[in-house]
Ligand binder design. Structure first.
Ligand code: CAP
Ligand code: MG
Length: 475
């Protein structure tokens, strides 16, 4: 079978260490082999017809090769494609995206095209620096290297609308009552009612006061996201010159070029980067898309220090199994993980540190032992509504969240802890409590049934994959 007159199927091909590997689920009008040929062709050297300008060198050295197919039906299945190292620019993620995440989405014979995972060769990763701080750097700054407790944070709510003074007042209550991190929301930057600089100044005063009364270091993630890079740089300079330690960026909507240049700029000044992923789900959900783990790999290579990865139990999409995988991509990947559920064999280069993952979105203190069961302790537990929606307000909400984290960190179950703490009890009364045993059951099930789950996904395709990654739960 050929596409555009050339053959890209090479099922005997043994991938090389320097190859880029891509795992795609596709379905469409033609047989899977032909769909795979079309995808490989369009994303590498081919076009719809034979061309007089093609030569042997181009075809053998730069084309993509389909090296494995798992058929679900005649017209659908999983496609494994290898791209030669030479196909891609150095230091240019956009050229990679335009090839592998580009035209193929528009091919009209496709009904589904979902990029499940991409494996980047170590040689390619060497051009990136990775996180400057990551988990250990941030722990060192906040003084949690010994306790290894989860960090706590809040997003000031309402998302937008408060004045700088009102905003700083909320921030002060959160910090002085135990939280480590206060952040702007993804859609708050420099609106008229809350100018960025005025807010930053007010919040830094609150931060300094809170550090003094608690004796703890505190972090403020100020949202500098802007379509004008110079404006972002001006903000970073201001943060640096005025005692800030962290900036936040909406990494998905700002795009790769802005992100790459800002990461360098921010890290050169010794500041930490908090990455919000607003918008990623437009890609992650649906028939034509890219799984977030692909972006996560980019973000870890480029070097953000903290990154939102979802909760598995809160208001945002993603089953515990999927979120656990995102956690692994943020903190692990030394090549020893057991592969399953649409992931490829992959290793991070040694110099690329782990990202400190953030669990956020519908979180409240009643979920803390669940979240620790899912993520372990290397996690930033962040709650907006779950802090400011406490029946006694932000201060009590902050105390409840911090008490919950400290208790779970010491191995005290939440329900027991709540007997000794009024704030936590009130939070549980309002938000409820979900036992961590559900999460533990899921992971036990997953561990014992990985081969079966893989088999079911290979057999049924996207439907089962979606069920497991979006809706999986056990009684
Ligand atoms: C959470 C949040 C975060 C989401 C983003 C919000 O607020 O501030 O932006 O967590 O999702 O605007 O929804 P609440 P994710 O705590 O009040 O829900 O972390 O999945 O990227
Ligand atoms: Mg938000």
């Amino acid at each position: 079978m050929t596409y555009g007159g050339y053959n890209y199927l090479d099922l005997k091909y043994k991938t090389k260490e320097t190859d880029f590997k891509v795992l795609i689920y596709a379905s469409g009008e033609f047989k899977l082999e032909k769909l795979a040929e079309a995808i490989a062709s369009e994303s590498s050297v081919g076009t719809w017809t034979k061309i007089s300008t093609m030569n042997k060198k181009v075809f053998t050295e730069y084309k993509a090769r389909v090296y494995k197919l798992i058929k679900v039906t005649d017209n659908s299945g999983f496609i494994f494609i290898a791209y030669p190292y030479e196909h891609f620019d150095a230091k240019n993620i956009l050229q990679f995206q335009a090839s592998v995440m580009g035209n193929l989405f528009g091919l009209k014979e496709l009904y589904d095209l979902y990029i499940m995972d991409i494996s980047f060769p170590i040689k390619y990763q060497k051009q990136f620096k990775g996180p400057k701080f990551g988990i250990n750097g941030i722990r060192k700054y906040l003084g949690t290297t010994k306790s290894r407790r989860p960090h706590t944070g809040t997003i000031v709510k309402p998302k937008v609308g408060l004045t700088p003074k009102e905003f700083a007042n909320v921030a002060y209550k959160a910090w002085s009552n135990g939280l480590d991190l206060v952040k702007d929301d993804e859609n708050l930057v420099d609106q008229k009612f809350c100018r960025w600089k005025d807010r930053f100044d007010e919040v830094m005063k609150a931060l300094n006061r809170a550090e003094k009364i608690t004796g703890e270091k505190k972090l403020y993630a100020t949202n500098i996201t802007d379509s004008d890079i110079d404006r972002m740089k001006d903000r970073v300079d201001y943060v640096y010159e005025n005692g800030g330690k962290m900036v936040m960026m909406d990494v998905y909507v700002m795009g790769m070029p802005a992100l790459c240049s800002m990461v360098n700029y921010v890290h050169n000044l010794g500041l930490i980067i908090h990455a919000h992923r607003a918008g990623y789900s437009a890609h992650q959900r649906g028939n034509f898309g890219v799984n977030f783990q692909v972006y996560e790999k980019f973000y870890r290579m480029i070097g953000v220090d903290q990154l939102h990865i979802g909760t598995g139990v809160g208001k945002m999409e993603g089953s515990p199994m999927l979120i656990k995988r995102f956690h692994d991509v943020a903190v692990k990947h030394n090549g020893k993980e057991k592969l399953y559920l649409g992931s490829l064999d992959f290793k991070f280069a040694k110099h690329i540190k782990p990202i400190f993952p953030v669990t956020s979105g519908g979180v409240n203190p009643g979920m803390v032992d669940n979240l620790v069961a899912l993520h372990g302790k290397d996690i930033i537990i962040q709650a907006g509504g779950g802090v400011h929606g406490h029946p006694k307000g932000t201060a009590a909400g902050a105390r409840a969240l911090r008490y919950a984290v400290d208790s779970v960190n010491k191995g005290i179950p939440l329900l027991k802890a709540a007997k000794k703490n009024k704030d936590l009890k009130l939070a549980l009364d309002k938000f409820g409590y979900t036992e961590p045993s559900g999460i533990r059951k899921i992971f036990k099930f997953e561990k014992e049934n990985k081969d079966l789950l893989n088999h079911l996904i290979d057999k049924d395709g996207m439907q089962t994959y979606r069920m497991i990654t979006e809706h999986f739960s056990i009684g």
